[in-house]
Design a protein. Structure first.
Length: 561
């Protein structure tokens, strides 16, 4: 028999005994009955906000999770944490807070759960940083926990074709290139985001939701459901009940997360053609769990895992199509049958990955969203870890193969994202250029902004095959083209990117996995001797604290070190 007191390891010191009468008095005011003081307490972390469509429905989902907890014999407490909208702040100084928000979310969930004595957690996230932020907190607390994805948006329609946020960003480039009128741009703007849910391609939110399900921290199917569906409401209710069962069985994140489970997540990200941000976030999540996941692990796993899913931004289909054909579970079964997943990894169902997948049926034969193993889109990973004299600690590229496997061009250097966007839209960037955007790393930004504006402008102006882009910033999951980010060490701390001059030759090679500045060692040494770090952009507040604490992007850009 499970020990009821063990299930209340954290709530018992808060509410048991005569001396805890003040605590009980406060809790009665927020809805506790006498019987509730003997139940395990499950915190439901809600990232609800009207800041973004990704999260505008999560209050409803949190209520369903709370109901599921209470039906199963627990007592729920819903509490809030933040979200910021990458899609809205993209291309502005506000985007510097995006990656910082991952740390704030993790810290705030940890703080509330730790302070209030929650025995277990359900964390519900929608926008990109909600997911790793919640998982980092779950891992730090190491209490029975489940992550629930808020779900993907139903795509908009523009002249009968699916449209989403990347459609709008790329339309800006087309407009700047004279290929679209003001009216046409307004038309796309008005129809591309029809309602609630996370951005609709295999961008960062859908990538991370899938990776977390592959880690074993979400119930099966949580990652591939429409935000406005009955399935998503059911997922929340089942997750609330499942945490109570995890409490009864004493299963914690430390029982689920292993090196092998992270390899499963990496495998799934590659098979999906997922976002480069998964590299940053999986390394950070593993760090919180005390598990070493490095850039080398992405290289090693990537050599044997193919890209199977024809999903945006590089592919044809959006997440709603993927949901329609059966979602992630048949892909997991396909990868397991091919010997590419570790089937013995435990999951939040209390069963192993292989046990969860035992009765999963394959995709229908007439679909072409997910390819068979013998006919992949790409035979190895699209996530390439490039090193060389421009990135001695590594960088991350997303190479589908459609943009070619190598590029050599002349550097055109910009000291910020805004300056690069002006250069692209005003026609300063031309065929054969390698756009260099520096001082956008975790320290230099500070905050490591995503470069969706510049990459979308490049595609919109028809330069996707004739220019490349390198940066110590990062990319939206919606970025595509020959782009290399996460250049480390970053320019602000004296990395080689700081030494690039206009006109220097840069070579990118996704076969040899190299990124090199074709300048002699003697010239680079002379440039380094005259280089001086710029003063910090921020001296007070969250961004300044972040810049002082954050690690290199190659180490996950973590602050709890």
């Amino acid at each position: 028999m499970p020990d009821p007191q063990a299930q209340r390891r954290y709530s018992s010191p808060v509410v048991d005994g005569p001396d805890r009468a003040p605590s009980r008095a406060m809790l009665r005011a927020v809805g506790f009955s006498e019987a509730d003081f003997t139940k395990p307490v499950v915190g439901v972390a809600s990232t609800w906000s009207m800041v973004t469509p990704c999260n505008m429905h999560i209050d409803r989902l949190a209520t369903e999770a709370a109901k599921g907890t209470e039906t199963a014999g627990g007592k729920s407490i819903i509490f809030g944490t933040i979200t910021v909208s990458d899609g809205i702040s993209m291309g502005t100084q506000g985007m510097r807070y995006s990656l910082v928000s991952r740390e704030i979310i993790a810290d705030s969930v940890e703080a509330v759960a730790g302070a209030e004595g929650f025995d277990g957690l359900v964390c519900i996230g929608g926008c990109d940083k909600n997911m790793p932020g919640c998982v980092i907190a779950m891992v730090r607390l190491n209490r029975p926990s489940i992550f629930v994805y808020g779900g993907t948006i139903v795509p908009g329609l523009h002249h009968g074709k699916p449209a989403d946020i990347v459609t709008v960003f790329e339309a800006v480039g087309q407009h700047a290139g004279g290929k679209m009128t003001d009216g046409e741009l307004k038309e796309i703007e008005s129809c591309s985001i029809p309602g609630e849910g996370s951005c609709g391609g295999m961008y960062t939110a859908n990538t991370m939701a899938s990776a977390i399900e592959a880690l074993g921290l979400s119930l099966p199917d949580s990652s591939a459901q429409l935000a406005n569906s009955k399935d998503k409401l059911s997922d929340c209710a089942r997750s609330g009940a499942a945490v109570v069962e995890l409490l009864r069985r004493g299963i914690r994140p430390s029982d689920i997360l292993t090196k092998e489970s992270f390899e499963n997540a990496i495998t799934v990200v590659i098979a999906l053609g997922g976002s480069t941000n998964a590299v940053l976030h999986l390394i950070a999540m593993a760090h919180s769990a005390g598990i070493s996941v490095t850039l080398e692990d992405f290289e090693r796993v990537g050599r044997r895992v193919p890209v199977l899913c024809d999903l945006k931004p590089s592919g044809k289909y959006n997440m709603a199509h993927f949901v329609r054909i059966g979602g992630l579970q048949p892909l997991l079964r396909q990868l397991l049958d091919a010997g590419l997943l570790h089937g013995k990894c435990l999951t939040v169902t209390g069963k192993t990955m292989a046990e969860n997948l035992a009765d999963v049926k394959p995709y229908a034969a007439n679909q072409d969203v997910v390819r068979p193993m013998d006919n992949p889109i790409k035979s190895d990973s699209h996530l390439r870890i490039l090193r060389g004299n421009l990135a001695p600690e590594g960088s991350v590229a997303k190479i589908s193969g459609k943009e070619g496997l190598s590029f050599t061009g002349k550097a055109i250097v910009f000291e910020s994202e805004e300056a690069s966007l002006r250069g692209i839209l005003d026609g300063v960037v031309k065929d054969g250029h390698v756009i260099v955007i520096r001082n956008e790393g975790p320290v230099g930004g500070p905050g490591m902004r995503e470069m969706l504006g510049p990459t979308s402008a490049v595609m919109g102006k028809g330069l996707g095959k004739t220019v490349a882009l390198v940066t110590d910033g990062r990319f939206s999951g919606g970025s595509h083209g020959f782009v290399v980010g996460h250049i480390t060490p970053e320019a602000a701390v004296g990395g080689p990117l700081a030494l690039v001059h206009d006109g220097d030759t840069i070579t990118l090679d996704a076969v040899r996995n190299e990124v090199n500045l074709e300048v002699s060692a003697e010239v680079l040494a002379a440039r380094r001797a005259s280089w001086k770090p710029a003063p910090p952009r921020e001296t007070r507040g969250a961004l300044a604290k972040y810049a002082r604490q954050v690690s290199s992007a190659s180490l996950g850009a973590v602050t709890d070190r």
